[in-house]
Structure formats: structure tokens, C-alpha cells
Design a protein around this ligand. Structure first.
Ligand code: PMP
Length: 359
């Protein structure tokens, strides 16, 4: 007897980066390096472990359902009112909740492809139809084609800026034109998981630039620049009415007491976050140049990873890097995404890449 929906059979599972400890053991080396999940490599921010440890003393209590203190801190930092903010158990959980709040079965969600691998999974979860618009030859969103793909059934558009996994980014003039073309009854999610890594002034901050538009929602995370991937905390900023509706379908108590306390502590470390992001983005440029010297046509990245468009050689390249102790993320048959790590980790990757490309 089938107890689950048959339409889930064909759905690809979310593939996490390979486990670091397993690979280290398998290769029998001192330490393998993981450059597969777009984490920032410098450990928890100062004060975060202490705040989380202190919160552990209260874990027999439920967390604050509305995450009021955290939302207030975010509201102040972002210069928006707290009623526009919804927190969630990672921005991927919020993406799922946004879909739940906007789409009925058969409704359409438009997004560029390749993009964040969770979008198709989330869409299928509610029986919505994914409308995937192929990336441009330069590995970015084809905004004109995305605008054309919108139909009467479209409820939602995901715009991933910078785009995971290609690192490509959208400029203001192009986004302006696209957003003007989107009907007012279609919600546009600007997924800005990597916003803190953007150094190109022409790539607009979605919240500052478009935050007042009624049908725009900005999605952010504390997993990357803020170093809380393991504790799971993301947030969105929408108009108050949409935020209230979305809050109704958030799983109650899904952001833990420990995660809320840690996030509050992390938000006090903005200078340190800036310093770390500057290290990462400088390394991003160095790694990009080094790969281009190895004749890999790496597109410019505004995120904390780079994209190697290796086509059907992607899986083999990933395997070759792994056998040299460096875990990367192949997306066969399109390319390989490599997270920027510490300078030493990046050197290990570049040595592995050179060997892999020769072999
Ligand atoms: N959006 C994008 C574009 C991402 O790359 C990721 C993480 N890979 C997320 C959202 C989700 O991040 P988290 O759930 O850790 O906040």
C-alpha cells in the first residue's frame, strides 16, 4: 500500500556535501578540506558560543515563538519595522514556507536554472509546477526569458542574487526592468543568501533598493557570513501584511532558543563579519584568476564560491579533488561549485584542481 504521494518518486533528493570526517578517515590523511557548502571558514563569531552555552541552561523552556528580541535587533540593523520580519529555521525553511503561503497545487513558480537546488524540491512539496528558465551562456539569470515565462498561473518567482551555484549577479538596471515587468499579483523572492559577499557596487541591495515594493520579498540567512549554518537561522523581510500571512504557516517554535540567542550575539559582530567577508572576497578574486590561468572559464563571482563550467567532466573533477583530500560540489553535467576557504585551503584546492585538470 502506498502511503506517500506518488509524484514525489521522481523528485531528486537534496545532496549535501560529502562528510569531512569520513573522507579524512578514508584517505588516511591528517585532515581533508571541505569546500562544498559555502560556509565561511573562520569558526563561530566571538561571543556566539558563550551566548549559545548560556541559552542551554534554559532549554527546558520553549523559545520565544515570535523571536521578538531577534526581530527587533534585525529591524534596527536593517532600518525596517519588526512587523516586516519573519525568522525561520534557515532561509531554506523560509523559502518553503513562502511557497506554502503563496502556491496551491498546479500553481507555477518561475526560477532560473541552474540555481539553488532546493527550489525544485520545495515547489514539488506543495504540488506546484516548477518553470525553469535556462541560464544565459554566461551562467546568469535570463531575466527577459523569465519575465516571458510568467503566466496567469504564476504565483512566485525566485531570483537568486548572487546565484548559487554559478556566482553570477544581477545589475540594478536589469533588475529594475524585470521587476517592472512582473505583474503586481506575483510575489518576487530576492534570495540574497550571499549578499554580504557582494563587492560590485552595481549589484543592488534588494532591501535598500526594492524593499518598499509591495510584491518584493527579501530572503537572507545567518548561515554564511554570520557563521551560524549549524544552528539554522534565516530571515525574510516582506510587507507587514505578507509577513503576517507567512508567519501563520511557519512551524511553531521552529527556531530554537539556542539559535535565537546565538543569532543575537552574532548580530553584534558586524565589524568582524565585514573583516571576514573582505578576506573571503579577496581570496575569491585570487582563486578565480588562478583557475583562469589553468584555462577554466570561471565566470565572475559575487558570492563566496566560484563556478567551474566543466560540463560532463564535472563529476570526474569532483572525484579527483576528493582523492586529493578536497571536497567540492560537482553538479554533473553542468559544472563544479567550489567554496572559498582560508588561503591555505584554497591553495590545497588549486593544487588539486591543477592535478585533476591535467589527469
Ligand atoms: N538560498 C541560497 C541561494 C542558498 O545557497 C542557501 C544555502 N545553500 C540557502 C538559501 C539556504 O541557507 P540556509 O537554510 O542555511 O539559511
Amino acid at each position: 500500500t502506498r502511503l506517500t504521494r506518488p509524484d514525489l518518486d521522481g523528485l531528486p533528493a537534496y545532496v549535501p556535501g560529502r562528510n569531512l570526517a569520513d573522507l579524512t578517515r578514508e584517505l588516511g590523511i591528517a585532515e581533508a578540506v571541505k569546500l562544498a557548502s559555502n560556509e565561511v571558514p573562520y569558526g563561530p563569531l566571538p561571543g556566539v558560543v558563550e551566548a549559545a552555552a548560556e541559552a542551554l541552561g534554559s532549554v527546558h523552556r520553549y523559545p520565544d515563538l515570535g523571536a521578538v528580541a531577534l526581530r527587533d535587533a534585525l529591524a534596527e540593523r536593517l532600518s525596517v519595522s519588526a512587523d516586516r520580519i519573519v525568522t525561520g529555521c534557515g532561509s531554506v525553511a523560509l523559502a518553503e514556507i513562502i511557497v506554502k503561503a503563496t502556491c496551491m497545487p498546479g500553481d507555477e513558480i518561475v526560477y532560473s536554472w541552474r540555481s539553488f537546488e532546493a527550489y525544485p524540491i520545495i515547489a514539488a512539496g506543495v504540488g506546484a509546477t516548477s518553470v525553469r528558465v535556462p541560464n544565459t551562456p554566461e551562467h546568469g539569470h535570463d531575466l527577459d526569458a523569465m519575465a516571458e515565462a510568467i503566466t496567469d498561473r504564476t504565483r512566485l518567482v525566485f531570483v537568486c542574487n548572487p546565484n548559487n551555484p554559478t556566482g553570477s549577479s544581477l545589475r540594478k538596471a536589469d533588475l529594475d526592468r524585470f521587476l517592472d515587468a512582473v505583474p503586481s499579483d506575483v510575489l518576487v523572492v530576492l534570495d540574497e543568501a550571499y549578499r554580504e559577499m557582494v563587492t560590485d557596487p552595481q549589484v543592488p541591495d534588494g532591501l535598500e533598493t526594492y524593499g518598499d515594493r509591495a510584491n518584493i520579498l527579501v530572503l537572507r540567512t545567518l548561515s554564511k557570513a554570520w557563521g551560524l549554518a549549524g544552528l539554522r537561522m534565516g530571515y525574510l523581510v516582506a510587507q507587514p501584511g505578507e509577513a503576517a500571512a507567512i508567519r501563520k504557516v511557519v512551524t511553531p517554535f521552529s527556531t530554537s532558543l539556542v539559535a535565537q540567542a546565538a543569532a543575537l550575539a552574532a548580530l553584534q559582530q558586524e565589524d568582524e563579519v565585514r573583516r571576514r567577508c573582505a578576506l573571503v572576497t579577496a581570496e575569491r578574486e585570487r582563486v578565480t584568476e588562478a583557475l583562469r590561468k589553468l584555462s577554466v572559464d570561471v565566470p565572475a563571482s559575487q558570492a563566496n564560491f566560484v563556478w567551474l563550467p566543466l560540463g560532463d567532466r564535472s563529476a570526474a573533477f569532483g572525484q579527483a579533488c576528493e582523492s586529493r583530500g578536497v571536497i567540492v560540489r560537482p553538479f554533473q553535467p553542468d559544472g563544479v561549485r567550489v567554496t572559498i576557504g582560508t588561503p591555505e585551503e584554497n591553495d590545497l584546492f588549486l593544487a588539486a584542481a591543477e592535478a585533476a585538470l591535467e589527469g
